[in-house]
Design a protein around this ligand. Structure first.
Ligand SMILES: [Zn+2]
Ligand SMILES: [Zn+2]
Length: 926
C-alpha cells in the first residue's frame, strides 16, 4: 500500500545504496549482453549489480519449488503456501514496520537580491492538450510551480527540473486538468532522501475535497502542508465578511517575493454536474523594489566620513553630515531604485470567469491607467475560446505594455512532442515494425500539412495589442537581472520531427533498413512453415482455433504504459487499452497520464473518440501507478459526452478505489458506476445465474485454493477494513456489466485475487464464440492481465488456455529477492506462469524504471513471449508474429548505452537525484 515508507531493512534484501544504483544504470556498458543473451544459462556479468549475490535461482526453476529453498532462507518473506511471497505486504501490514514520519519542508536561506529570477512555461500537455501547462517561478533559492497536471513529474525528469527544490505549488483551479499530477508528485517527494519531503500546496477551497480523496492512498504526512484559501460553502471562513473583497489573499510574503491570490467565482452554473473549476484564481507575483546603488563620491561631497553612517543611509535612514551642518538623506547618495517586476497568472476556464475578472476590484491597482503598479508579464492559462473573446481582449488592453504570454491550449504545438526521449523510441520502433508500433498521433499524416507551413497556426490574435506571444515549451520571461527583463527564447527546445529521428537512426544503425524488410517478411507466408521443422516448441506456434480468420477489427491490445512505480522518460505507468473497435473499448488500469498517452497514440481527435468509446474501466489495485489517471479520463469522458444521451461508464476496481472516487466526486462529477472487483469474481458471476437473491451473498470461499479456508490470504478478506461485499446490492450493476459486455461481443470479465497488496486483482476477458464461413462455431479468444502480483496458483489457474497473457515482469531474473519482498514477478517467473498455463502468447509489462529503455531479458525463453513498449499495439490478427519481433529489438537498442552517455542534450543521463527518487519511491508505491 502506498502509505508505506521505504524499508529500512532493505539492505538485508540486497537493496543497494541509492547513489551507486543510480549510476549503475548508465555506467554498465555490458548491460546489453544479459538483455539479449542467446545462451539460456548465461551467467550474469560479475559485478553487474554489485549488491546481487550470485544467482541463487537457476534459470529454469519453477515457481512451485520456491517453498523448499525459502524455508532455508531467512528474510521477511513468509512461505506457508506453495509459493513464496511477502505476506506482510500482501496483507498491508508492511507499513506498520516503518517508523511514522513527519515529512520535512525545505528551509532555505533566502537571497533577496536574487541575481537570477524568471518565470518559465513548463509545456506539460502542451502537445497533447490533456492537461494544463504549468508555470515555474524561479529564484536562486526558491522555486514555485503553478499547476500540477498529469505528467508534470515526467516532464521535469526529461527537462531536468528538480522537483525536490520546489517549495510551493499553487493551483489555479482544483480539478484533474490542473492537479492530476499532484498525488504522484506528493508520493515522489515523500520518497526523496532518508526522511522524505513535502511541499506547500495552495489552492481555492475546493482543494480540501482533493485532499480528502487523496487520503485513501497518500500518507497524511505528505499532505500536511496543503492549504486552501477563500470562502468554502460548508464552513464560511472566519473573518470572511470583514475581509474586504478587494483585498487579495496574501499567501507568501518574504524577502524575495510576495504571492497573492484573487478569486474568480462566477455565479453557480445552471448545468448539473459541472463542478470542476468553479472557482479559479489569478495569482499575482510581486518582486520587491531593489534599492539604487550607494555612491560614496556623493557621500564624501556631502561631508560624510566612511563608516557606520554609510550603512545607515543604505538602510534608508537619514544621517547628520560629519563636516557640514546638513542632514544627508538616502536619496542624496543612492542611485535610482529599480521597481520590482510584477507577473500575473490568469486562468479563466470560461467566459463567466472573465466577467468576474473584469469586475474584480482587487485587480484595479494593476491596471496601467489607474494603478500604481506596473505589470511586466501576464501568463494566460485561459483557453483560446476565452482569450479570443471581446470581453477578455478588452481586459488585456488595460495593461498597456505588459508582455502577454498565451499558454492556454492551442493547436500550434501539437505536432512537436514535448517528451522527446520517448517519442524518439516510439518513432524508431515504428520504423522497425509499423504493424506493432504505429506512428504516434503527433506525426500522423493528418498533421503533416501543418508541418510544412509552421506559420499557419502560430499567428497571434489581436495584433493591435502588439505584445502577445504564444507560449512555447520552456519559454522564459526574465525578471532579474533587470537589464535582461523580458522574453528569453534560448531554452525552447528544437523541434523534433519523425523524419529527423529516422535520419538519425539510419546513420547510427545503417543495417536497420534491411532489418525492417525482414520484419515485413514475418507476415508473409504460412505462419509456421519453417519453424515446424526446426523448433521444438511446435505446439506453441500452432495458431489456436480462436484466431482462425480473425478480423483486424476484432480486438487490439494497446499498451499505453509499461513502466512501474512512477512515470519515467521512456515508460509511462500502467494502462492497457483494449480496443474492440465499433463495439467499444475497455481500459485495464489507468496510471497518471493515461489520457496523454491516448493522445500520443491516436492524436487529439482520435483519443477523444477512444475516451467516448470506453464502456468499462477495470483497476487492479490501488497503487498510484495503476489508478491516478482515472479521474482525468472520467472527467474528460463526461466533458465529451455532456448533453448527449449516454450511460455512465462502469468502473470495476478494488474497494479502496471506491472511497477515493466517492470523495473525489465532490470535486468533479465523474459520470460512472462502481463495481467492486470482488463482485466480478467467478463466484459472484455464478451467483448472478442463481435466481434466489438470498444466496448471492457468498463470500470468497469459492475463489480458489489461494483464498480457501485456513489459507494465509483469507485473512486479507476478513480484515475489518475490507468487509466482504454484499453481492445483492451489487447485483444491478453486475447485470448491467453483463449486458455491456454482451454488447461488446464479450462473454466474461472475471476478476481474480492475486498476491501483491490487500485487494489486488488480475482479470480475464473472454470473447463470445463466433461462427466461421462454414457455419462452425469458433471459440472466443481469452485475454488475461495480471495486474501486479507474485506468480501464484491463482494466476496460473486463471491463465489456463489463454490466447494472450499480459503479465507484469517488474524485475529481471537475478532480482528475485526484490521481487519476493515487493510481491512482484521476475521476467522468468512471468513466462513460467504463462507456460504452465499453456498460454499462446505472453506480453511482459510493468518493468522497473531501473530499465529505462529495454528490460533485461533472456532471449532464449522468449519463443512465445514479447516485451511491451509504450504505444505498442497488438492486433489479434498479428498475434502469431509477436515473439518473432523480439530478436530485432537487439538491433534497435544495441546503442542504448552510447545513447545515454553521449547523445545530444535530451539524451543525457538523468541527474543523480531524479534517479535516486526512482529508486526510493519504487519501494513503496508500486
Ligand atoms: Zn504497479
Ligand atoms: Zn502495485
Amino acid at each position: 500500500m502506498l502509505t508505506s515508507m521505504p524499508h529500512h531493512n532493505l539492505t538485508l534484501l540486497g537493496f543497494s545504496p541509492l547513489k551507486s544504483s543510480s549510476f549503475a544504470l548508465f555506467l554498465r556498458p555490458f548491460s546489453l549482453y544479459p538483455i539479449l543473451a542467446s545462451s539460456p544459462r548465461r551467467p550474469r556479468a560479475a559485478g553487474y549489480r554489485r549488491s546481487d549475490p550470485s544467482p541463487r535461482f537457476p534459470p529454469r526453476r519453477k515457481w512451485s519449488s520456491f517453498e523448499e529453498e525459502s524455508r532455508q532462507r531467512k528474510g521477511m518473506s513468509s512461505s506457508s503456501d506453495s509459493f513464496e511471497f511477502n505476506k506482510r505486504r500482501a496483507e498491508g501490514k508492511d507499513k506498520i514496520d516503518q517508523p511514522k514520519k513527519s515529512l520535512k519542508r525545505n528551509t532555505r536561506t533566502l537571497n533577496p537580491t536574487n541575481t537570477i529570477a524568471y518565470v518559465q512555461i513548463l509545456g506539460t500537455g502542451m502537445d497533447t492538450q490533456d492537461t494544463s501547462p504549468s508555470v515555474l517561478l524561479f529564484f536562486d533559492k526558491q522555486r514555485f510551480i503553478f499547476n500540477a497536471g498529469e505528467g508534470l513529474q515526467r516532464f521535469c525528469t526529461e527537462h531536468k527540473i528538480k522537483l525536490s527544490k520546489v517549495d510551493h505549488i499553487f493551483l489555479s483551479r482544483v480539478c484533474s486538468e490542473t492537479a492530476g499530477g499532484l498525488p504522484g508528485l506528493l508520493l515522489t517527494l515523500a520518497g526523496i532522501g532518508e526522511d522524505g519531503l513535502s511541499v506547500n500546496v495552495w489552492g481555492p477551497s475546493d482543494l480540501k475535497y482533493l485532499v480528502d480523496a487523496m487520503r485513501s492512498f497518500i500518507p497524511r504526512a505528505a499532505m500536511v502542508h496543503t492549504r486552501s484559501f477563500g470562502p468554502s460553502d460548508s464552513t464560511p471562513q472566519i473573518g470572511g465578511s470583514s475581509k474586504a473583497k478587494e483585498d487579495p489573499f496574501v499567501l507568501v510574503n518574504d524577502e524575495v517575493v510576495k504571492i497573492s491570490a484573487i478569486l474568480l467565482e462566477p455565479s453557480p452554473s445552471e448545468e448539473p454536474g459541472n463542478k470542476s473549476g468553479e472557482t479559479s484564481v489569478v495569482y499575482v507575483c510581486e518582486l520587491p523594489e531593489i534599492n539604487g546603488k550607494f555612491d560614496p563620491a556623493k557621500a564624501m561631497a556631502l561631508g560624510l566620513r566612511a563608516g557606520p553612517k554609510y550603512g545607515k543611509l543604505q538602510s534608508g535612514q537619514s544621517v547628520k553630515s560629519d563636516f557640514k551642518d546638513i542632514t544627508v538623506h538616502p536619496s542624496d547618495v543612492m542611485g535610482p531604485s529599480v521597481p520590482g517586476p510584477v507577473v500575473l497568472l490568469v486562468d479563466c476556464p470560461a467566459e463567466s470567469h472573465a466577467e468576474e475578472l473584469l469586475s474584480a476590484p482587487s485587480m484595479k491597482s494593476y491596471y496601467s491607467a489607474d494603478g500604481d503598479k506596473f505589470v511586466n508579464c501576464i501568463i494566460h492559462l485561459s483557453p483560446a475560446s476565452v482569450t479570443n473573446s471581446a470581453t477578455y481582449q478588452s481586459w488585456m488592453k488595460r495593461f498597456h505594455s505588459a508582455q502577454h504570454i498565451l499558454a492556454g491550449h492551442e493547436t500550434k504545438n501539437m505536432e512537436f512532442p514535448i517528451l522527446k526521449a520517448s517519442s524518439r523510441i516510439t518513432a524508431r520502433l515504428n520504423y522497425l515494425c509499423p504493424q506493432f508500433f504505429p506512428a504516434p498521433g503527433f506525426w500522423s499524416p493528418q498533421h503533416a500539412t501543418d508541418l510544412t507551413n509552421p506559420d499557419s497556426s502560430s499567428k497571434c490574435f489581436g495584433s493591435s495589442l502588439g505584445e502577445n506571444v504564444s507560449a512555447e515549451n520552456l519559454l522564459k520571461f526574465t525578471l532579474r537581472p533587470h537589464v535582461n527583463l523580458g522574453l528569453d527564447r534560448s531554452c525552447i527546445p528544437s523541434q523534433l520531427t519523425s523524419s529527423r529521428v529516422i535520419d538519425e537512426l539510419l546513420s547510427e544503425i545503417p543495417e536497420i533498413s534491411s532489418k525492417t524488410e525482414e520484419v515485413k517478411r514475418l507476415w508473409n507466408g504460412p505462419h509456421n512453415n519453417k519453424m515446424m521443422i526446426e523448433e521444438p516448441w511446435l505446439n506453441e506456434s500452432t495458431v489456436p482455433s480462436c484466431l482462425e480468420n480473425i478480423r483486424r477489427d476484432d480486438m487490439e491490445i494497446v499498451l499505453l504504459g509499461t513502466g512501474s512505480s512512477q512515470p519515467s522518460r521512456y515508460r509511462n505507468v500502467s494502462a492497457v487499452y483494449i480496443d474492440l473497435f465499433s463495439r467499444g473499448s475497455i481500459l485495464l488500469d489507468c496510471g497518471e497520464g493515461t489520457l496523454g498517452q491516448l493522445k500520443r497514440r491516436y492524436g487529439l481527435e482520435g483519443a477523444d473518440e477512444a475516451v467516448r468509446n470506453l464502456k468499462c474501466i477495470w483497476i487492479s489495485h490501488i497503487h498510484a501507478d495503476h489508478h491516478t489517471g482515472l479521474a482525468r479520463i472520467l472527467a474528460r469522458r463526461r466533458e465529451l459526452l455532456k448533453g448527449g444521451a449516454h450511460e455512465p461508464v462502469i468502473v470495476v476496481g478494488p474497494r479502496p478505489l471506491k472511497n477515493f472516487l466517492d470523495a473525489y466526486q465532490r470535486l468533479e462529477d465523474l459520470d460512472m458506476e462502481f463495481l467492486d472487483c470482488r463482485n466480478t469474481t467467478s463466484t459472484s458471476w455464478a451467483s448472478l445465474e442463481t435466481t434466489s437473491p438470498e444466496k448471492t451473498t457468498s463470500n470468497g470461499s469459492a475463489e480458489g485454493s489461494l483464498f480457501s479456508k485456513g489459507s494465509p490470504m483469507l485473512s486479507i478478506y476478513k480484515r475489518p477494513s475490507s468487509p466482504v461485499t454484499d453481492n445483492a446490492s451489487a447485483l444491478p450493476y453486475l447485470k448491467k456489466l453483463k449486458r455491456v459486455l454482451g454488447e461488446m461481443g464479450l462473454e466474461d470479465l472475471i476478476s481474480f485475487p492475486v498476491v501483491h497488496c490487500p485487494q489486488a486483482f488480475g482479470v480475464v476477458l473472454k470473447a463470445a464464440e463466433r461462427k466461421n464461413m462454414a457455419g462452425d462455431k469458433i471459440p472466443g479468444w481469452k485475454m488475461v492481465y495480471s495486474g501486479d502480483t507474485r506468480p501464484c496458483p491463482q494466476m496460473v489457474e486463471a491463465s489456463k488456455g489463454a490466447t494472450v497473457l499480459i503479465h507484469e515482469a517488474t524485475f529481471e531474473d537475478a532480482l528475485v529477492e526484490e521481487a519476493v519482498a515487493k510481491n512482484h514477478s521476475t521476467t522468468k517467473e512471468a513466462i513460467d506462469v504463462g507456460s504452465s498455463a499453456g498460454v499462446y502468447r505472453i506480453i511482459l509489462t510493468h518493468f522497473s524504471q531501473r530499465y529505462p529503455k529495454i528490460p533485461v531479458i533472456d532471449e532464449s525463453h522468449m519463443h512465445n513471449t514479447c516485451i511491451g513498449f509504450d504505444m505498442m499495439s497488438i492486433n489479434m490478427a498479428d498475434l502469431h508474429v509477436l515473439p518473432k519481433i523480439v530478436p530485432y529489438f537487439k538491433n534497435l537498442f544495441r546503442n542504448v548505452v552510447v545513447d545515454d552517455e553521449d547523445g545530444e542534450g535530451e539524451e543525457e543521463s538523468d541527474d543523480g537525484l531524479m534517479m535516486s527518487v526512482n529508486k526510493v519511491s519504487s519501494f513503496f508505491r508500486n
